[in-house]
Every structure is written in C-alpha cells, then in structure tokens.
Ligand binder design. Sequence first.
Ligand code: ATP
Ligand code: MG
Length: 271
Amino acid sequence: MTRVVAVANQKGGVAKTTTVHSLGVALAQGGQKVLLVDLDPQASLTWACGVDPDDLERSMHEVLLRRCKAADAVLPTDVDDLRLLPSTIDLAGAEMHLLTKTGREYVLRKALDRVVDDYDVVLIDCPPSLGILTINGLTAAGEVLIPLQCEALGQRGVSQLMETIDDVRSYTNRDLVVRGVIATMFDRRTNLANQVVAEVQETHGLEVFDPPVPKSVKVAEAPGRGRSVLEHASSSRGAVAYRELAEAIFGVAAPAPEKKAKKKSKKKGEG
Ligand SMILES: Nc1ncnc2c1ncn2[C@@H]1O[C@H](COP(=O)(O)OP(=O)(O)OP(=O)(O)O)[C@@H](O)[C@H]1O
Ligand SMILES: [Mg+2]
C-alpha cells in the first residue's frame, strides 16, 4: 500500500518544503519509489529539486485544471527513484479556479488516484495557508506530518491546523491520521525549544518524533544549490536527522554516507 503523506502547517517558513525534500531523498536512497508533490504556488520544492518552474509546460496547475494527467507532468530528479510533480506560480490561479468548482476538495485526490500505485511513498508539500490547496492536500493524504519551528510562538496556530484537520476528517477524508510533529530548526541549547515541544505534546497529545532537526547552515544552503541537504552535505547533522526521521516514521533505513577517512585510504591505495 502506498503511503500518501501531506506535510502541512499554515505558518510560513517552518521547513515544510525542506522536510518533504529531505525525507523524500532519504526514502529514495533507502530503496523506496517516491513521488514529491509541490502544492505551493511559490514552487520552492520545484526549485529545490533543481527545476526552473519557468521552463515547464506541464505542472500542478494544468493537472488541477484537468488539462493534463498527473503522470504526464511528473519529472525525474537527480536522485534515483525520486520523482517530482512540479509547481509554478500559475497554481495561484488554479486556486481561484477551484473555488468555483463542485467537488473542489477532491481534485488532487482524483488526479493522484491513477499514479499513487506507481510509488511506495507520496509526499505532498502544502502551501503556508489553510486554503483550498492545503485542503486538497489533506483530502488526498492518508497521513499528515506537522513540521514545527521550535522558536517563540512556534506552536501558535497548531490549534487552528488541528481544527482544519478535524473538518477534513468530518467532511472529506474520514481516515486521515495525524502521524505527528517534526521539530525543526531546533536549538538544543535553548529551554524555549524544549518548552515548545512539551507544550504541543501536552496540549494536543501529538507525538513529536525523535530526533529534532537541528538548525544548520548546511540545511539552509542546500535548496539554493538545487538539492537536498542529504546530497549537499550527507554527513551533516541535518542530513543525519532526516535519515533518522525517515527510519522512525517510515521504517526505511537510508544508507549512511561513507566515512571520509575511508575514501582517503582508498585514494592512497589507488595512487
Ligand atoms: N534545519 C534548518 N536549519 C537552518 N535552516 C533551515 C532548516 N530547515 C529549513 N531551513 C531554511 O528555512 C527556510 C524555510 O524553510 P522551508 O522553505 O522548508 O519552509 P516552508 O515551511 O516550506 O516555508 P513556506 O511556508 O514559505 O512554504 C528556508 O530558507 C530553509 O532553507
Ligand atoms: Mg514551503
């Protein structure tokens, strides 16, 4: 059975896109067939995969307007077994169009229906809002992961997100499961980060996965190079955290990179 997982939080900049990309790469490196779905008109995930949205003829916009099949918009990426359903800014227009349609909450679900079976895992990167695109993401998914930035006020808005998820369960997707929270941009040195985690555990009874993803320059640099932190700096703390999360959440172990010392000795041998 394919696991379809929406990554959602209406708060902006909490590492939704980074989490989708990094988990996707970890899962693909662990031998899974993975589809990343960019459901955000900002197209950050598309950029982060090294694809220029301006060069695209087919994208999520055309798919949601039923001008093309999802399978025909899917692109390969630099990572084996990792594919991307890309977005463009046009998706903002599709959002307006959807609002006038009957069954508007189900458009993504229907569009993905025919492709999900080709994958082990489908990860949906939701935009920072609780609008119709996010509702489409939550309606198409079986599970939802909530990235939470562990800074002051980071947990604000979780109640609102949980209300939206409850609405989705009531109206469009009864079986949606909240898998848990991924603590992002985590700074262990501050009590604040730990307080934020404790508060969402207590208030909402949500599981917060271990490990948290540390705040790291390597993670921040990666998207500008059109790759995830697992490719950009595979031994960095951020990459290690995302590999461990892939194992904790999906039970998929991605191979750790070879140690540098090993490489050196190999080179010596060759020379
Ligand atoms: N662990 C981390 N350490 C440092 N920087 C990070 C980390 N995770 C994400 N970032 C950076 O924080 C910024 C926001 O991350 P990202 O785009 O993944 O968030 P988002 O929730 O998808 O944002 P939006 O709501 O705009 O879609 C990006 O510049 C990203 O590179
Ligand atoms: Mg994003």
